[in-house]
Design a protein around this ligand. Structure first.
Ligand code: HDE
Length: 715
C-alpha cells in the first residue's frame, strides 16, 4: 500500500514510506528515496512498529534502545505552561518605519525610515490554561518581538491600555483570584466566580480595568480586529541622554470588532479555536492582517500637569489630549513552521529593550522587569533560552563571554572567556562600546525607602467613568449585561452588593441597571472613595468600538444553501463577497453540497450542524421552497437563523426562504432593516453595503430582556 501526502505542509520532513504486510503478518516499512528513520543519534531504525521481545508474545527487552529513547523523549514533551497567558498563538511579521523619531531616540528601529524589522507576535488569553477555548471573556495578550539591528526589543502588551493593579506585588493575588479555585479547580478561563469578584470588590484600583474587561473589548471577534497597547509609559532616549515619555499603540487596519456574549458562549462550543483558526486562515489565504504602530509622546512638563500620574498603569492618556502619531506599520504574514518551537518557546521580557528605549518608574513595569526572566528560566529550563532560534536576535551578532549551562548552543571558541584580556589574536574578542552600547536613562532619584502608594494614584473611579460615558448606548448596555452576568455567578450576595457600591462611583445608571439585573432589593451605598470621583472628564470617542469606522472587508459571510436554490443569486453573492474583500463559506444540509436550480453542484464548506451562524459576521439564506420546508424541520438550521437574528447580524435571503425564517422564530412583524430580501443583483450590492455596519445594534433592544433594565436606568 503506498501512502502519499499531497499537502506539502503535512508532508513528513523525514521520510515517506511504503508499508507492506510481510508473510508472518509483521509490518515492514520500506523507505522511498534516501530518507531513513533514525534514532536521535542517527542510527537507522529497522522496525518502528514492534518493540524488541523474547518471541512475539514474550516480555519486552530493556536492550531496545530505540524504544526506550522514543518513550523517554515522549514522556518529556511538555514544558510548564505559562502561569498566565498560557493559551496563545504566534505568527511572524515585519515592521516598516514610515516616520523617524530621531528627535527623541537613537533606536535605529524607530529612526531608519523604510527599514524592515522582522517581528514575532504572540496573541493570548490570560486566565485560561493552554487547552482552554479562545472566546473567554478576558484580556488578550498582544506581545511583539522586534528583531532589530541593535538587538531584540519586546513590547509585551495587551489589547487593553490599562491594568487591574498599580503595584506588581499584587499580581499573584490577582491571578490566583482569577484562576480556578485551588480546592475545586474550576471554573476554567472565566472570571464569573466568587474569588475573582471578591478580590476585585476589595481592590478599587481595578475599577477602570473592570470597565474594559466587562466591555466588548474582552470578547474580540478576531485577533485581527484588536488594538494593542504597551500600557506603561516608557522612555525614548536621545543621543544627549534626554528622555521623552512614550506610550505605544497598535491600531488594526481592518478596524475594531467584537462579538456579543451569547455568541461567544456558543462559539466556544462550535469552534474552541475560533481566533487561532481565523488568524491562520487569513494568513494562509494571503490576506495577512496589518496594524499601524503609533506613539503618544509627552514630556515631563505634560506629565506634571496631567490630571493623573503617568506612572499609574490604571490610567490612560486620552488620545484627544495627546494624539497617537502613526510612525509605521506591521504586517503579520508568516505562519510558524512548528507551534512548539516558536509559539510555545518564545520568551518575551519587558526588559528586552534596545539603545534609545528605556523604562519609566511605573511600579507595575518595574515589577514585570523582574518577573519575565525568572519565568522563562522556569519554563524553558535553562539560562540559554536565548539560544533557541525564536528568541535569538536576527539582525545583529551576539558576542559575549557568558558560557555553559544547560543546553548551551553558543559556545566561545579558543581560550578566551573573560574580558578584559590580553589575547589580541583571539576572535571574537568583543569589548564594550560606550558610543553604541545601551545607556540607561540618567534619571535622578532620591527619597526615603518606603512601602507606600503615591497620593497621585488614589483616584480609582474618574477614568472608569470616562470610559463608560465614552461608549455608545449599546456598548454601555453590554457593560451592564456583562457585570450582571458575572455577578449572577457569584454566590455571595455581599460581594454582589459591594460591586454595585463601586459602580455607583462610576455611573449611577450603570449601578441601577446592574442592581435591577441582579434583583437587588435596594441600591447599596456607594463605596467609600479615597478621592472624590470627577465627573468633568469629557468622553473620548477613541475608547468606543462602534464609534469607529467599520468595514465588511476581512469578514466572513455564511451562506446557507439548499437543493434547488437559485444559482444566479448564489453566484452573485459569491462574486460580491469576494469583491468586498471578504470570505464566503457555503453551509449545506449535507457536506457533499447542494444542487442549484441550474443543475450545478455547489460543494459545501460546512454541514449545517458544524456551521453555526456564530462563526460568521453576516449570513445569507438562499434556499428553494422545498429547501425551506426541509430546513424548517431541522433544529441546527433554525438555530442558524435565530442566532444570527439575536446577535444583530445582517441576514440576506431568497424569497422562498421567508416561511423558513418565520418557522425559525423571526416573525414577519420583526423583520427589520437588517433582514434583507435578495432578488436582483442590486439587492446583493445593497446587502453587502449594509454589512459594512457589521451589526444592526438597534435590534438588540427588541430581542433582549435586559434591555428593559438598561433603558429604565437611563431615565
Ligand atoms: Fe505579564 N507575565 N505580568 N503582563 N504578560 C507573563 O511571562 C507579569 C502584565 C503579558 O505571549 C509571564 O512568559 C507580572 C501587564 C503578556 O509569551 C510572567 C505582572 C501586561 C504575556 C508575567 C504582569 C502583561 C505575559 C508569564 C504584574 C500588559 C504573554 C509567562 C506586574 C502590558 C507573553 C511569561 C507571551 C506573560 C508577569 C502584568 C502582558 C509570569 C509580574 C500589565 C502579553 O512573567
Amino acid at each position: 500500500m503506498a501512502s502519499s501526502n499531497t499537502d506539502p505542509k503535512a508532508a513528513p520532513a523525514v521520510a515517506e514510506f511504503e508499508t507492506e504486510v510481510g508473510a508472518g503478518g509483521e509490518l515492514h516499512q520500506l523507505a522511498q528515496g534516501d530518507e531513513v528513520l533514525t534514532t536521535q543519534l542517527g542510527v537507522p531504525v529497522a522496525d518502528d512498529q514492534n518493540s524488541l521481545k523474547v518471541g512475539p508474545r514474550g516480555p519486552t527487552l530493556l536492550e531496545d534502545f530505540h524504544f526506550r529513547e522514543k518513550i523517554f523523549h515522549f514522556d518529556h514533551e511538555r514544558i510548564p505552561e505559562r502561569v498566565v497567558h498560557a493559551r496563545g498563538y504566534g505568527v511572524h511579521g515585519r515592521f516598516t518605519l514610515a516616520k523617524s523619531l530621531s528627535d527623541y531616540t537613537t533606536a535605529k528601529v524607530l529612526t531608519e525610515v523604510g527599514e524592515e524589522t522582522p517581528m514575532f507576535v504572540r496573541f493570548s488569553t490570560v486566565a485560561g490554561s493552554k487547552g482552554s477555548f479562545d472566546l473567554a471573556r478576558d484580556v488578550r495578550g498582544f506581545a511583539a518581538k522586534f528583531y532589530t539591528k541593535e538587538g531584540n526589543w519586546d513590547i509585551v502588551g495587551n489589547n487593553i491600555p490599562v491594568f487591574f493593579i498599580q503595584d506588581a506585588i499584587k499580581f499573584p493575588d490577582l491571578v490566583h483570584a482569577a484562576k480556578p479555585a485551588p480546592d475545586r479547580n474550576f471554573p476554567q478561563a472565566q472570571t464569573a466566580h466568587d474569588n475573582f469578584w471578591d478580590f476585585i470588590s476589595l481592590t478599587p484600583e481595578a475599577m477602570h480595568m473592570i470597565m474594559w474587561t466587562m466591555s466588548d473589548r474582552a470578547i474580540p471577534r478576531s485577533f485581527r480586529f484588536m488594538e494593542g497597547f504597551g500600557v506603561h509609559s516608557f522612555r525614548l532616549i536621545d543621543a544627549e541622554g534626554k528622555g521623552t515619555f512614550v506610550k505605544f499603540h497598535f491600531k488594526p487596519k481592518l478596524g475594531l470588532q467584537s462579538v456579543v456574549w451569547n455568541e461567544a458562549v456558543k462559539i466556544n462550543g462550535a469552534d474552541p479555536d475560533f481566533h487561532r483558526r481565523d488568524l491562520w486562515d487569513a494568513i494562509d489565504m494571503g490576506s495577512p492582517p496589518e496594524w499601524d504602530l503609533g506613539v503618544q509622546l509627552f514630556d515631563d512638563e505634560f506629565a506634571e500637569q496631567f490630571e493623573f500620574d503617568v506612572l499609574d498603569p490604571t490610567k490612560i492618556i486620552p488620545e484627544e489630549q495627546v494624539p497617537v502619531e502613526i510612525i509605521g506599520s506591521f504586517v503579520l504574514d508568516g505562519l510558524v513552521d512548528n507551534f512548539f518551537a516558536e509559539t510555545e518557546q518564545v520568551a518575551f521580557c519587558t526588559q528586552n529593550v534596545v539603545p534609545g528605549i528605556g523604562f519609566s518608574n511605573d511600579p507595575l513595569l518595574q515589577g514585570r522587569n523582574f518577573s519575565y526572566l525568572d519565568t522563562q528560566l522556569k519554563r524553558l529550563g535553562s539560562p540559554n533560552f536565548t539560544h533557541i532560534p525564536i528568541n535569538s536576535p536576527k539582525g545583529c551578532p551576539v558576542m559575549n563571554f557568558q558560557q555553559d549551562g544547560h543546553m548551551a548552543m553558543r559556545n566561545p571558541k579558543g581560550r578566551v572567556n573573560y574580558e578584559p584580556n590580553s589575547w589580541s589574536t583571539a576572535t571574537p574578542n568583543p569589548r564594550e562600546d560606550p558610543a553604541r552600547g545601551y545607556r540607561h536613562f540618567p534619571a535622578e532619584e532620591s527619597g526615603t525607602k518606603v512601602q507606600l502608594r503615591p497620593e497621585s494614584f488614589a483616584d480609582h473611579y474618574s477614568q472608569a467613568r470616562q470610559f463608560f460615558i465614552s461608549q455608545a448606548p449599546i456598548e454601555q448596555k453590554h457593560i451592564g449585561d456583562a457585570l450582571t452576568f458575572e455577578l449572577s455567578k457569584v454566590l455571595r450576595p455581599d460581594i454582589r452588593e459591594k460591586m454595585v457600591g463601586h459602580l455607583r462611583n462610576i455611573d449611577e445608571s450603570l449601578a441601577k441597571a446592574v442592581a435591577t439585573g441582579l434583583g437587588l432589593p435596594k441600591l447599596p451605598a456607594a463605596a467609600t472613595a479615597a478621592v472624590k470621583p470627577r465627573t468633568d472628564l469629557p468622553p473620548s470617542d477613541a475608547l468606543s468600538i462602534v464609534k469607529q469606522p467599520s468595514t465588511f472587508k476581512g469578514r466572513k459571510l455564511g451562506m446557507l444553501v439548499s437543493d434547488g436554490a437559485p444559482a444566479a443569486l448564489v453566484n452573485a453573492l459569491v462574486a460580491e463577497v469576494k469583491a468586498a474583500g471578504a470570505v464566503i463559506e457555503i453551509v449545506t444540509p449535507k457536506i457533499g453540497g447542494a444542487k442549484l436550480d441550474d443543475g450545478t453542484l455547489l460543494p459545501g464548506d460546512q454541514k449545517i450542524d458544524g456551521g453555526a451562524s456564530v462563526l460568521y459576521d453576516a449570513v445569507a439564506v438562499i434556499v428553494s421552497a422545498e429547501g425551506a420546508a426541509l430546513l424548517s424541520r431541522d433544529k441546527p438550521a433554525k438555530d442558524f437563523v435565530n442566532d444570527a437574528f439575536a446577535h444583530c447580524k445582517f441576514i440576506g435571503h431568497s424569497a422562498a426562504a421567508v416561511p423558513f425564517l418565520e418557522r425559525a422564530g423571526i416573525a414577519a412583524e420583526d423583520m427589520d432593516d437588517g433582514v434583507i430580501a435578495l432578488g436582483k443583483k442590486t439587492d446583493v450590492t445593497a446587502f453587502l453595503d449594509s454589512c459594512n455596519a457589521l451589526r444592526l445594534w438597534d435590534r438588540e433592544f427588541n430581542v433582549d430582556l435586559d434591555a428593559e433594565g438598561f433603558l429604565n436606568a437611563q431615565t
